[in-house]
Design a protein around this ligand. Structure first.
Ligand code: AMP
Ligand code: ZN
Length: 297
């Protein structure tokens, strides 16, 4: 019989050592099915893996969408009995994502991508967690690869992996659902009554990978296994062609300590441009939600 998703995910976590005993893992949860399933599997097996699990939600301040997402993330924290840290962009920026995008005059997915990556790097370390887990799945890996092939950013493709090691400035990044397709995750989340939001980000169709994903739906339907074979073979090609990820050690942003190629990181530069004081972000105590029955932080 085919292995269940849970068995495949645990096989990857153990086989590729995504986590080690004693790790403190923050799962970045959007409220959607992928990250909620990631959190559900990690929390269910936390004891036998020897890890502590918490949730991190970035509240982007998108009208209607963000409030719904937060409600579902709270339901998930209640069900899993794990602490939830919520970072409110409005508190730090004085405006939500639409306001930041309007003032920066850049595409919303571009700004959102920079901010999400930044907070997923900085906040776990700041709050005492050494690993960040995301819900990235096989469909995401395909979209990421094709997009970087189109733009010629080969060194990003060399970072295609279910685990990126921790460094002095960044937590270890793990993607337990790396080999699982989106439609399999949806079925699994429904079967197991995992709380998740069905609301989609209103900017979703503007994402550069949106149409790549839809195109691969067609190919996958005609040739099942295409996504997995494609990602596997790109990873083999990267090995064989010796494409290296950017090697030089990043600097520490002089304002916030995040990794950067220059002296000031992209996010602190954005803050300076918008007249906001650049500093290391934190999550205030009142935004840490510890559900009844949870162990605490
Ligand atoms: P996306 O960039 O929207 O494809 O999301 C990729 C991953 O980033 C998700 O699977 C989540 O783990 C994480 N993520 C996305 N949005 C949020 C959010 N608002 N708060 C916390 N994590 C998020
Ligand atoms: Zn900075």
């Amino acid at each position: 019989m085919a292995k269940s998703i849970e068995e495949r995910v645990l096989g990857l976590i153990r086989g590729q050592r995504l986590v080690k005993r004693g790790d403190r893992v923050m799962v970045a949860v959007s409220g959607g099915k992928d990250s909620s399933t990631t959190a559900w599997i990690l929390a269910k097996h936390a004891e036998d893996l020897g890890i502590k699990v918490a949730l991190l939600h970035l509240y982007q301040g998108i009208p209607r969408y963000s409030d719904n997402a937060l409600k579902d993330v709270k339901k998930l924290a209640d069900k899993l009995k794990v602490p939830l840290y919520v970072h409110h962009w409005e508190d730090e920026w004085g405006m939500g994502l639409p306001g930041i995008v309007g003032r920066m005059r850049k595409a919303s997915c571009y700004i959102c991508g920079i901010l999400k990556r930044y907070y997923q790097n900085v906040l776990p370390l700041e709050m005492g967690y050494n690993v960040v887990a995301t819900g990235h799945n096989l469909d995401d890996a395909v979209g990421f690869t094709i997009n970087n092939l189109i733009t010629g950013q080969f060194e990003y493709i060399a970072r295609l992996s279910p685990v990126l090691p921790e460094s002095e400035l960044t937590p270890r990044k793990i993607k337990p659902l790396f080999w699982i397709q989106e439609k399999e995750i949806l079925a699994f989340a429904e079967e197991n009554n995992i709380p998740f939001s069905r609301c989609q980000c209103p900017f979703q169709q503007l994402a550069p990978t949106y149409h790549i994903r839809r195109a691969f739906d067609v190919v996958e339907e005609r040739r099942p296994g295409t996504r997995k074979a494609f990602v596997k073979n790109v990873m083999r090609l990267v090995e064989r062609a010796k494409v290296a990820p950017e090697e030089s050690k990043p600097n520490k942003c002089k304002y916030c300590g995040a990794p950067t190629r220059g002296k000031v990181c992209a996010v602190c530069k954005m803050k300076i441009r918008l007249g906001i004081k650049p500093e290391r972000p934190r999550i205030q105590k009142e935004h840490v939600y510890v559900p009844e029955g949870a162990e605490g932080i």
